[in-house]
Design a protein around this ligand. Structure first.
Ligand code: SF4
Ligand code: SF4
Length: 379
């Protein structure tokens, strides 16, 4: 693989000063935090690695006082003060990010972030502090106030839809509410008169339940004029996303065909086709650079090296209950944790291509930064 191609895999390669510091073995300030304000979710998606019986991140269910593995059409567990980041801590994060020099925040889950009782206030604060804001949501709880804030302050929003119709959506999201249309209407409100800079994406995780809906979903969301739909695979231990070899091959042909037909200047079909291969791969590399750029924060207030290792207590290197972000990202103990982290002990790392591209830049004496990509701080 050429350096150029390899390097295009991570936006980290735009951040010249940080790469130069890493070359010298020094600490850097991350560009992004990915935070789960709330562990509870009103959905119970069949692919959710936080809820599945064999889900990699299902230690999280302790926070919602539930056992993983329920296949019922209803939310599992209960929301409580234990399932979410403390109100005061959450609302202090924008200031803490500014103090620490971290410019971007992805608000995500874990659970459904908009269910945190202080979500609206929190998002507004992030906007007022001028942070780059991305939001991942199932779209069910977006009211006019939240939609207004997203349209005013947001850099991007991604709705986890995974279907083009109510029946398929229900099979996957396993919610008792037949509210696919409501979620679609929320999406339409976001799109209506939005700033050009606000990128609206759809996430479609391929599972056995929605494999026949891929084409319809691509066509539906293209017609609604979202900016992109991103197809990826359920993260599972078998590395098959629950699909047969023939089904995977079929999708391998289908998505490029849809890209050819539907991609325009304003709409793209993103294909995370190679990610499934990493689900059973051994992590045969020595250093994790990704953790230097991105801080994953769980609903337990814990800081983890990435979303893959989130809620694994052995990988929690600090907690917002005990320290500020500024203290954490400049701590020699945290630096030592990151230096000692051996990827062999991680779950299969689907971020390994990004790690490899950063590693390539660090080792390359002729490294040159890539041109500024869109949303450069979201690595
Ligand atoms: S909407 Fe997201 S957090 Fe909620 S169950 Fe589905 S995948 Fe999990
Ligand atoms: S899973 Fe990958 S990105 Fe996460 S800590 Fe391990 S090596 Fe780093």
């Amino acid at each position: 693989m050429s350096n150029v191609l390899e390097y295009s895999l991570s936006k980290a390669l735009y951040h010249k000063e940080k790469i130069e510091l890493l070359k010298k073995g020094q600490m850097i300030i991350p560009t992004e935090i990915q935070i789960d304000p709330e562990a509870f979710c009103n959905d119970n998606c069949s692919f959710c690695s936080y809820r599945k019986e064999d889900g990699y991140n299902n230690e999280m269910t302790e926070l919602i006082q539930a056992k993983p593995g329920s296949t019922e059409n209803r939310a599992i567990g209960i929301p409580s003060i234990q399932s979410r980041i403390d109100n005061d801590i959450l609302l202090s994060i924008p200031q803490q990010m500014v103090d620490a020099g971290i410019p971007a925040i992805e608000i995500t889950g874990g659970g459904e972030p908009t269910l945190h009782p202080k979500f609206t206030e929190f998002y507004r604060e992030c906007g007022k502090y001028g942070l780059d804001i991305g939001l991942v949501t199932n779209g069910s709880r977006l009211n006019d106030e939240i939609i207004g804030m997203v349209k005013k302050y947001g850099l991007w929003i991604r709705l986890s839809m995974d279907a083009s119709n109510q029946d398929t959506h229900k099979k996957i999201h396993r919610t008792p509410n037949e509210d696919f249309e409501k979620r679609l209407n929320n999406l339409k409100k976001i799109l209506d008169g939005k700033r050009k800079e606000l990128i609206v994406g759809i996430s479609f995780i391929i599972t056995p339940e929605n494999i026949d809906d891929i084409e319809n979903a691509a066509r539906l969301f293209a017609s609604l004029k979202v900016n992109h739909i991103r197809f990826s695979w359920m993260y599972d231990r078998q590395g098959t996303a629950g699909l047969t070899k023939e089904q995977i091959e079929h999708i391998g042909d289908l998505i490029p065909r849809l890209q050819k037909e539907l991609d325009t200047e304003d709409f793209k079909v993103f294909n995370e086709k190679n990610r499934i291969q990493t689900y059973t791969q051994k992590n045969d590399f020595n250093t994790c650079h990704f953790q230097r750029f991105v801080v994953a924060i769980g609903a337990d207030g814990g800081l983890y090296p990435c979303c893959i290792m989130k809620y694994n207590k052995k990988f929690e290197y600090a907690n917002l209950k005990n320290s500020t972000l500024n203290e954490i990202v400049t701590s020699m103990n945290v630096d030592a944790f990151m230096k000692n982290l051996n990827p062999v002990n991680c779950r299969p790392c689907w971020l390994s291509p990004r790690n490899a591209s950063i590693d390539g830049a660090i080792k390359d004496p002729n490294y040159k930064p890539i041109p500024k990509p869109n949303h450069a701080n979201f690595i």
